[in-house]
Design a protein around this ligand. Sequence first.
Ligand code: HEM
Length: 375
Amino acid sequence: RARFAFHGRHQAGIVTPAQDRLHFAAFDVTTSSRDDLVGLLRTWTAAAEEMTRGAEVGGGSPQPYDAPPTDTGEALGLPPSGLTLTFGFGPTLFTKDGRDRFGIADAQPASLRELPHFPADALRPERSGGDLCVQACADDPQVAVHAIRNLSRLAFGTAALRWSQLGFGRTSSTTRSQATPRNLFGFKDGTANIKAEDTAETDRFVWVRPEDDPAADWLAGGSYLVARRINMRIEQWDSTSLAEQEAVVGRDRTEGAPLSGGTERSDPDFSRQGSSGPLIPVDAHVRLAHPAQNRGVQLLRRGYNFTDGNDDLGRLDAGLFFIAFVRDPVTGYVPMQNRLSKSDAMMEYLQHTGSALFAVPPGVRPGHYLGQTLF
Ligand code: HEM
């Protein structure tokens, strides 16, 4: 699995097996020229196709000695490392401060609006939003960083990096062949996730259909990407008893089995009672996030752990960079986040510090450019 195809019906990096490393970047478009924006998307398409194949940006053609190299060079000699590049369009690409900079406001999907404020949100504007996003995932951090660096460089004069996030240690599995990894709370994460093999679920909960929003049918075959930078109060968690930790999650730490019994893959039984109430507490994370509490809704989670150093009290600035792909954020994400932010026992240990929503256009056909169905 060293290499994933760039072209296809859907963009790679959604149902392709989650890699170990992430570099996520959000950009602001700095021009109001539609031609320049399309030019950037064409340039990014060519570079993304080259980099996912493990080739140099610029085709490795002879380089003039008196100009900067077309590829920055730090991935030379490294294998493709399963690199996928997944691109998205934020609400502000369509309308910013009431302006339709690129003549695309009419095609803005009804569900592509800034996410509402959720209880306890502590969002930092400099870690939120963006006109464009690129999710670079790879099994080698240098390959992921190289990709974002080169795309930023190619965007110079057209789009500028607004914020970016490095991630390590995937916190989900997206195929049945992958083992369930663990998040920084030490619990298995990704057990009840939608997997690539669940095509009925991906059709129902991940991929946008043309009839979902006829005025924005350019998004058919695409999806929406929700990004949330969620800080975890690591030191507080580490001084909490195992019993309390398991009650917060609703699963046991060793196996990842629901507290109602069984093994990791057993269905949770929310009605099962112990001596002091339900075995899976009413405010446990998995109870509140379960489809049974969410009108049957499921999401495809594809997040990563992060650690960005520490604060001056010696506490880690660490957490989970949550990424989910959904067919419609209005029905498929917002109600669940509201429920979790309001009632999830885990919220005592979490703080949401960044947020963004992007529409992820469908996959690119050979000879076409990224997002072409919009222009
Ligand atoms: C399940 C941790 C944030 C949605 C789980 C599980 C863990 C976990 C340990 C159980 C294993 C599994 O089924 O994957 C965390 C942590 C978070 C976080 C540490 C933040 C730092 C979120 C957010 C959402 C979410 C923001 C959505 C808004 C879900 C869903 C499940 C789940 C849908 C599966 C529930 C089921 O069907 O049983 N999470 N989670 N999680 N989480 Fe989270």
